[in-house]
Design a protein around this ligand. Structure first.
Ligand SMILES: *Cc1c(COP(=O)(O)O)cnc(C)c1O
Length: 385
């Protein structure tokens, strides 16, 4: 069966992104590839082997479902770490598979200890500290109990990491808050060492922090958005381009994803007619329209009605009228050669033209993160080189 739309993943762009990021973070820092949100819409099962080919052997997911997807395709020695909530009934799977995970409260830790004892397994935990994001993590007054439980159960608990998450490293307006978080982290880290807790990994950095705050890299970074080829924000992009000392400042991140479809039909409409449902768009001239079998069900935003563009035959074709559930209509009067079966680019390049995820997100006032991760799972992902 042939799908009405599909996503292409570029192995070459991913390799370029990872090389660039590795060169920035240096050789002694473990690169954790963050693949929550279905690998930011790229598809966990397709993305993991691609990243492994680029030398990645450590992935971070949000939940057990995502961890199991990664396990279903990963290489033997590849590590997976769960950063979000784990239900008690899933802990046996997590422990039996030596999957590492964040722990951010004492109840969970007690539960982990008893299941680990029962299964005669060792749990590889990353202690998540509350440093100012005010989301998840151990408060300072819980630390003595935490240390006591860990030290009492050293046969069943290994502290693999000590971590926290920063509150918006992509924007300079959060500078003071980020600095305060790093200060708290360093203080707790020293205190933990004195209590005999010696984690292997120290990590706080997401993409933006790894790019903007060298001291945040420590010996592990958790890179999400940047590896897929997107800057966490305009600020980080400008900061990096300005600090590039070479004569030709280059954008080193290449979006690795394209979303494509096919023209399903063309026809001509006389002047003065309304296109599609309702009266959102009325022709003012003889108009050639092309239908595309993609709609909001497939993740194409309805708010792009009368606003968005697609690429056909290397040219931009505006979307006219409403984006429907499974179909949308474009004006191809200016591209008279268009016929049924032509390739349509919804996101990506065609000829010299490009529709970027960020152009989308600017029109819709969305962040790249949301747009990417909402690409539906059922669209097939194909690898290109
Ligand atoms: C999503 C996430 C990251 C990665 O963030 P990016 O900005 O995409 O690099 C890192 N750490 C945690 C805890 C996350 O949830």
């Amino acid at each position: 069966m042939r799908y009405n739309s599909y996503i292409e993943l570029s192995q070459k762009s991913l390799a370029k992104n990872i090389n660039y990021l590795k060169q920035i973070i240096g050789p002694n820092v473990t690169f954790v590839s963050v693949i929550k949100g279905n690998a930011y819409g790229h598809g966990i099962t397709e993305f993991v082997p691609l990243a492994e080919k680029c030398g990645i052997d450590f992935f971070a997911v949000f939940d057990v479902f995502e961890a199991q997807q990664a396990y279903s395709v990963k290489r033997e020695g590849t590590h997976v770490m769960i950063m979000g909530m784990i239900h008690g009934e899933d802990l046996p799977w997590v422990l039996s598979n030596n999957c590492s995970f964040f722990v951010s409260d004492l109840n969970t830790l007690q539960n982990v200890v008893s299941i680990a004892q029962e299964l005669k397994k060792r749990a590889f935990i990353h202690i998540e500290l509350e440093t100012g994001l005010h989301r998840t993590g151990f408060e300072e007054d819980e630390l003595p109990s935490l240390v006591e439980i860990i030290n009492r159960n050293s046969d069943n608990i290994s502290v693999e990491g000590l971590c926290t998450h920063l509150a918006g490293a992509e924007s300079i307006s959060n500078y003071v808050r980020i600095h305060s978080q790093m200060g708290i982290y360093e203080r707790v880290k020293e205190w933990m060492k004195k209590q005999g807790i010696l984690p292997t990994y120290f990590h706080v950095a997401c993409s933006a922090a790894a790019l903007m705050y060298p001291e945040s890299r420590m010996n592990m970074v958790r890179i999400g958005i940047a590896q897929y080829g997107y800057w966490p924000s305009k600020e980080t992009k400008i900061h990096k381009l300005l600090s590039d000392t070479s004569q030709y400042k280059r954008n080193h991140l290449h979006s690795m994803l394209a979303w494509k479809s096919t023209v399903s039909g063309v026809k001509y409409v006389s002047p003065g007619e309304f296109i599609g449902y309702g009266n959102m768009f009325q022709t003012t001239k003889q108009t050639k329209i092309a239908t595309i079998p993609v709609g909001y069900y497939h993740g194409y935003r309805r708010s792009l009605s009368n606003v968005g563009h697609v690429l056909i035959r290397g040219k931009k074709a505006p979307i006219i009228g409403l984006v429907n559930m499974s179909i949308m209509i474009t004006d191809v009067t200016a591209i008279p050669e268009v016929t049924r079966g032509d390739e349509v680019v919804l996101i990506g390049k065609q000829g010299t033209q490009k529709i970027s995820v960020s152009s989308f997100s600017e029109q819709l006032n969305l962040v790249n993160y949301e747009l990417l991760s909402r690409l539906p799972m059922q669209i097939p992902r194909y690898v290109t080189h």
